[in-house]
Design a protein around this ligand. Structure first.
Ligand SMILES: NC(=O)c1ccc[n+]([C@@H]2O[C@H](COP(=O)([O-])OP(=O)(O)OC[C@H]3O[C@@H](n4cnc5c(N)ncnc54)[C@H](O)[C@@H]3O)[C@@H](O)[C@H]2O)c1
Length: 322
């Protein structure tokens, strides 16, 4: 069995090569991101299993891979893979949706704490006080205690449910909103489920973890922001288009809500003209929710595991299309 990697972001795939060699599999790695289709086909046409990161797996390319039985996307999103064409060509398509769920949950929690304790502003207060030789907390206060406040989680899937679990000992009332969860799953999570309107109105901290769909695009907009408490803060680590950033900037400027922290943007990286850059009550991070040494190894091991499962005649762990 031949395994080919179309492109990769790791420094090298020596570990994967060793694992493949142990299993007696041929292994080839390429960097084909911007290469012409003919070159990509020539290098991949014998492969039985293909691992893809960013190369566009178009219908035309997929139709020219007669040996390929399994395609694995290195990551969660798969905009670059034509799933219908995988199906039409008898290629099973798998992905890795859970490799960074803990990391994104931890990032969202870090942003909630940073907003609540005004960590970024605190540094500025310290610097200003240090320069003037006397404490001046005017830009920092009021600070509020977290214990007893209400956390709202919009989208309680892999990441949202981890946020709930990890924050369960902080004395918070935890609300979830997710119309697609079964009653059994809701009961298992042990948090209170409410409708979207209630979530926006009652949350002191609202964290967004939905999937991007036509229904969730701009789910945070001028109307939903207007429902929130003036002291509330918003965190978005899901996808940029979930939040109408112009409406958010307006809300932060006018004090409709107290603060926000954003990890994901409509355009990435965002242009310097992004209004949120100018707002002191907005924390911005460079789409690094997923990032950790552990998540990097998690995805590498999961992909190797999928390849070995396929070799044993077992299905990959997370299949998008058979
Ligand atoms: N910042 C990062 O680095 C990073 C990394 C990984 C994933 N993400 C993003 O995080 C988000 C969550 O990922 P996940 O793995 O938890 O996905 P998931 O599929 O496990 O969970 C998403 C949940 O959203 C729910 N949902 C869908 N529509 C909804 C709606 N209208 N209202 C409320 N809930 C709704 C679904 O029922 C599901 O339970 C995704 O948008 C993903 O792209 C970000």
């Amino acid at each position: 069995m031949k395994v080919a990697v179309t492109d990769y972001i790791e420094d090298n795939l020596d570990w994967e090569a060793q694992e493949m060699a142990k299993a007696g599999l041929e292994f080839a790695t390429f960097q084909l991101k911007f290469k012409p289709e003919a070159e990509v086909v020539a290098l991949l046409k014998d492969a039985d299993v293909i691992v893809v990161n960013m190369v566009k797996m178009t219908p035309s390319l997929l139709a020219q891979l007669p040996n390929c039985k399994l395609l694995i996307r290195h990551g969660i999103g798969y905009d670059n893979v034509d799933v219908a064409a995988c199906k039409a060509n008898g290629i099973c398509f798998a992905y890795q949706p859970d490799y960074c769920a803990d990391d994104v949950a931890e990032h969202a929690i870090a942003l909630i704490f940073a907003l609540v304790r005004k960590v970024v502003e605190s540094r500025k207060t310290l610097e200003a006080s240090s320069a003037s030789g006397q404490w001046d907390f005017s830009r920092l206060f009021p600070l509020y205690r977290m214990d007893g406040k209400t956390l709202g989680i919009l989208g309680v899937g892999r990441i949202g449910s981890r946020v709930a679990r990890k924050l369960q000992s902080f004395g918070l009332r935890i609300l979830g909103c997710d119309p697609y969860l079964s009653a059994a799953r809701k009961a298992e999570l042990g948090i209170e489920f409410v409708d979207q309107d209630t979530l926006f109105r009652q949350s002191d901290y609202l964290t967004v973890h939905t999937l991007l769909t036509p229904e969730t695009k701009h789910i945070v907009n001028a109307t939903s922001l207007a429902k929130m408490k003036q002291t509330a803060v918003l965190v978005n680590t899901s996808r940029g288009p979930m939040v109408d950033c112009d409406a958010l900037a307006e809300a932060l400027k006018r004090g409709v809500i107290a603060g926000a922290a954003i990890d994901v943007f409509d355009v990435e990286p965002p242009p310097p003209s992004l209004p949120l850059f100018a707002l002191p009550n907005c924390i911005l991070t460079p789409h690094t929710g997923w990032a950790s040494v552990e998540s990097g190894w998690h995805i590498r091991k999961s992909i190797v595991d999928d390849i070995l499962r396929h070799h044993r005649g077992e299905p990959a762990k997370f299949i998008v299309s058979k």
